[in-house]
Design a protein around this ligand. Structure first.
Ligand SMILES: N#Cc1ccccc1NC(=O)[C@H](C1CCCCC1)n1c(-c2ccc(Cl)cc2)nc2cc(F)c(F)cc21
Length: 233
């Protein structure tokens, strides 16, 4: 039986990532807003663009706290942010969707999202992902590390020095692996399942631009930041 132990250095790394993750959570709770009122497709679209814009700003702050990130080549820093922003948004949305809520609230939230203006064809892949994240019952350390690992994906488009990114991602993967063994001793495959979600997350990347441009309304307006990050307009 492998004796797994998180070293002091690994605990320190985890603390830096979790503190950064908690400091940079989206301030206003969109789930609460959605549970309070039913909005029109136009209002929902505006809410999404506001949430996504502030989430990108939050993501930039979060990555600045990842040890070594600011020492990467500057173009590579941009390539990693641009390449992971959509995935980080869906990962954050999935974590919000899977958070513990009073009975019946998740069903109302799902209904509000189904009626928010997104085209029907994207509901299944999106909710399948949200539910597969929910089934993992991740603790916040796992959520924070998974977000950092998503950002530090070496094979994003236009990344020049992939080895430098791998050198930052590997220690995160090792801490997460140990954490999974300690947190879920009965589930030796838990770490593999967690990483499998990142593959599912990439498939949502393909849909996101169309999810936005097919939002049930005319004249979709995007902020300049979103035009940069999302392949729209
Ligand atoms: N949460 C959250 C969040 C945090 C940062 C950035 C975006 C976020 N997502 C959002 O606000 C959207 C709202 C925006 C208003 C209209 C209904 C969806 N959202 C999405 C969703 C994100 C994208 C795309 Cl194309 C479709 C859907 N899946 C959600 C799941 C949840 F449980 C949840 F509450 C909100 C969620």
């Amino acid at each position: 039986k492998e004796k797994v132990e998180i070293t002091k250095a690994q605990r320190a790394l985890m603390k830096v990532i979790v503190d950064a993750y908690n400091r940079h959570k989206i301030p206003q709770d969109v789930a609460k807003k959605l549970l309070q009122d039913q909005y029109s497709a136009e209002e929902n679209f505006l809410l999404l663009t506001e949430m996504a814009t502030s989430q990108v700003q939050v993501l930039v702050e979060f990555t600045k706290n990842i040890p070594g990130f600011l020492s990467l080549n500057h173009e590579d820093q941009i390539a990693l942010l641009k390449g992971s922003a959509v995935e980080a948004m869906f990962l954050r949305s999935a974590q919000v969707f899977s958070q513990k809520m009073p009975n019946g609230h998740t069903e109302v939230l799902e209904e509000r999202i189904r009626k928010s203006g997104i085209s029907e064809e994207f509901m299944t892949p999106m909710f399948n992902f949200y539910k597969s994240i929910g089934e993992l019952h991740m603790i916040e350390e796992e959520q924070a590390l998974l977000t950092a690992i998503t950002i530090l994906t070496p094979d994003r488009p236009f990344v020049k020095d992939q080895q430098a990114v791998e050198r930052l991602q590997e220690p995160m993967l090792e801490v997460l692996r140990k954490l999974c063994v300690l947190q879920h001793p009965q589930e030796p495959q838990y770490f593999a399942r967690l990483l499998g979600r990142l593959t599912e997350l990439r498939t949502l990347n393909h849909y996101h631009a169309e999810m936005l441009t097919s939002w049930r309304m005319n004249d979709h307006k995007f902020t300049p930041l979103l035009c940069e990050i999302w392949d729209v307009q």
